[in-house]
Every structure is written in structure tokens, then in C-alpha cells.
Design a binder for this molecule. Sequence first.
Ligand SMILES: O=C(O)CCC(=O)C(=O)O
Ligand SMILES: [Fe+2]
Length: 207
Amino acid sequence: MQTKLFDSNPSDLVLNLLPKDGCAQYLPGLFDETQANALFEALEASLPWQPDHLKMFGQAVTTRRKVVWVGDPDCTYTYSGVLRHPQAWTPEILRVKAKLEAIASCQFNACLLNFYHDGKDGMGWHSDDEKELEYQSPIASLSLGSTRKFAFRHKQDKTTASLFLENGSLLLMHPPTQQFWHHALLKTTTVQTPRINLTFRKIRDVS
Ligand SMILES: O=C(O)CCC(=O)C(=O)O
Ligand SMILES: [Fe+2]
């Protein structure tokens, strides 16, 4: 499947990285090196980064990776068994959100930010399919800092697909990707520098 991402530029054809049951599109260089590095530094310095708390096999786990949950005030969200209350949007994140909304032609109301100190930090296999998430909406994932390997694995037949997420790049995961595929940010011994990832999401109106 080939999908046109921008109406304005006919050369911006972005291929689907998945062979079936979903659509993931990679757009490198959405922010150039200078912009991406400036954004990385601003986010690293200004946000209240905290270790993440997960429940794995009934056990409480504290991650080395750090997170910030940002969103509209009513966007509480439970994942990995833990209820999160959002921090208020910051001007930088709002600017990024507006840019990604224009590209993805949709609205986001929440964003999970992850800080990976180096290759020893990663994120295990999961899908972003919590009941609070709007099933129809894509997830837009912006990468800043070190290049890291990201992989998809089909839930039924275990087919895999992977790619490297570069500084300033965007990965769009469209429905029904989360229903059929797990994804992971793979650990590696070869990366010694940090990375920040922002995943913009749409929480359903549960009122
Ligand atoms: O860091 C990444 O690229 C992936 C993050 C992710 O999968 C998530 O936040 O749900
Ligand atoms: Fe995810």
C-alpha cells in the first residue's frame, strides 16, 4: 500500500512498512538536525522526568527509562496497570503537536514522552491498545537524539518488521496496527547516548 502524506508535495510518498493488518509509515528528517537537537535539549531540561512504574506479572517494577505524561486536563490514562494524570502542555510540545496534527490530519489530546539514557534502556513488546485510546486515531511517534532500532511483531504469526528511528524522524502507526502488531524499542550495547521519544495519542471522550 502506498499512501500520500502531504497534499502539497507529490514526491512525499511514504510506504507502509507492514506487510498486512495495519499501516506504519516512516518519515525521516521531519525536523532537521539543528531543530531536533534544540528540541531535545529543551525537553530534557524543562520536563519533570520520572521513572515509570509498571505492573509485570503482578509485580511492581520501576524502570530506568524515564517518562512524562502530558495532555489535556481530563486525559487520565491507565497503562500497565497504573493510572496516570497528565502534566500540562508546554509551548514546545504544543508546537510539535500542531505540526504532527497537520501531517496526520487528526487531533491529539495526550502525549507520552520517554527518555532513554542509552542503549540499556528500551521498551518491551506491547501494543498501544488501552481502552481509553481512540481506536480510529493514528499514533504519531517523534524521535529525538540517538538512532534506535524499533521492531514490529505480528500477534498471531510472529512475522517481524524493523527499522531505525533517527533524530528528527516521525513514525505514524495507523489503525488497525495496534490490534494486530506488538512493537518494541530494542535494547543494544552499542548506543551510549540518550534519546527522547514523544508518542502523540488521542484519548476517547469518556464523559
Ligand atoms: O520509544 C519509542 O520509539 C517507542 C515508544 C512506545 O512504544 C510507546 O511510548 O508506547
Ligand atoms: Fe508503544
